[in-house]
Design a protein around this ligand. Structure first.
Ligand code: BDR
Ligand code: CA
Length: 327
């Protein structure tokens, strides 16, 4: 797979054509699949910052894990620590899947660097105000993103768009209908969806359950060679083992890189325009993304682009290529 080229800037001085990759901030809660999201974001885009949130584990650990991945890949990307709690909901975690540290299954080196700040929300606001065409890609609970949009509503006109992993146009995973990132902070998700950002892309479980990684991807990653290849292969081995125990699946869903690919490798994902609401009150449905799938001609009656189809084979290729790029 070769790098996508999304635009060109002409350097008038020497007339060379310079590819301009999409610029993004990744807001995440690593997390096995978030770790791959960081690598894919850095390999296929201009990753200008990583912000961390509570989610799979507490924000101290997700920040540590983001720094670990960035250091292991030799990247120079600042990490800004974010919110430690949801806006209203009780704190939850996903240690059953990701382990007590959030990155169970691999021997990881001690972190040598520190977070650039403990103000992820301030970093998002400042960067989007100063920088043209920034995408905000979120792969954890949407607390930081909602807080930034609430504090600085002008961001909705400045952002190139938001792409998030969360929700589902199908079943949930935390409950029958609620997916983890939405269940972890439903109020934040509702605020983001209602923020007025003109382009908001959602990839939910209905899409990410199509991208399973298991034995074949592990073999391909080990074949890359080097420390990062071993660590990423070990991470998938653990992650796939959990899904085997939980569901009897022969692979684990690579949720979060799909939200990154939606911006950086858009030909991999097929979206449909839909009206989506977050259920905030239902006794059995809190945190559900209610996706209106009734056929309609008037596409102005939609607030999100919802992912339905994905080229899973090429998505797996992108994971391996990202690891190879930094090995
Ligand atoms: C989402 O929840 C987390 O466990 C994963 O990292 C992903 O963002 C899937 O429901
Ligand atoms: Ca995540």
């Amino acid at each position: 797979m070769s790098l996508p080229v999304h635009g060109t800037d002409t350097n008038l001085a020497d007339s060379t054509i310079v590819a301009a990759l999409p610029r993004l901030i990744l807001d995440c809660d690593p997390g096995h699949d978030d770790a791959f999201a960081i690598l894919v974001a850095a390999a296929f885009g201009e990753l200008i910052g990583v912000t961390t949130t509570h989610g799979n584990v507490g924000v101290e650990l997700t920040t540590n894990n983001a720094l670990t991945v960035i250091e292991m890949a030799g990247l120079e990307v600042p990490v800004h620590k974010g919110m430690s709690r949801p806006l209203l909901a009780p704190l939850r975690n996903a240690t059953r899947v990701h382990g007590e540290t959030g990155l169970a299954g691999a021997r990881l080196p001690a972190v040598a660097t520190e977070a650039a700040s403990t103000d992820a929300v301030g970093f998002i606001i400042g960067t989007v105000r100063e920088t043209e065409d920034v995408w905000l890609v979120a792969t954890g609970p949407l607390t930081n993103v909602a807080a930034a949009l609430r504090a600085a509503p002008d961001l909705s006109e400045r952002l190139a768009g938001i792409s998030f992993m969360g929700g589902s146009a199908g079943c949930g995973n935390v409950t029958a209908v609620a997916e983890f990132n939405l269940a972890a902070d439903p109020e934040a998700a509702a605020m983001v969806i209602a923020s007025g950002v003109p382009v908001i892309k959602m990839v939910g479980l209905n899409l990410t359950y199509q991208v399973l990684v298991g034995a074949e991807t592990i073999t391909r990653l080990r074949a890359v060679g080097g420390g990062l290849s071993e660590v990423t292969a070990d991470l998938i081995a653990h992650y796939a083992g959990v899904y085997d125990e939980l569901y009897g699946w022969r692979g684990a869903p690579m949720h979060d890189p799909c939200a990154v690919a939606g911006v950086l490798i858009p030909e991999l994902i097929g979206y449909e325009r839909r009206w989506v609401e977050v259920e905030l009150r239902g006794e059995h449905t809190r945190g559900m993304t209610v996706v209106d799938e009734r056929p309609r001609l008037d596409l102005t009656q939609s607030n999100l682009e919802v992912g339905y189809t994905v080229d899973a084979e090429r998505m797996r290729d992108a994971l391996v290529e990202a690891v190879a790029r930094f090995s």
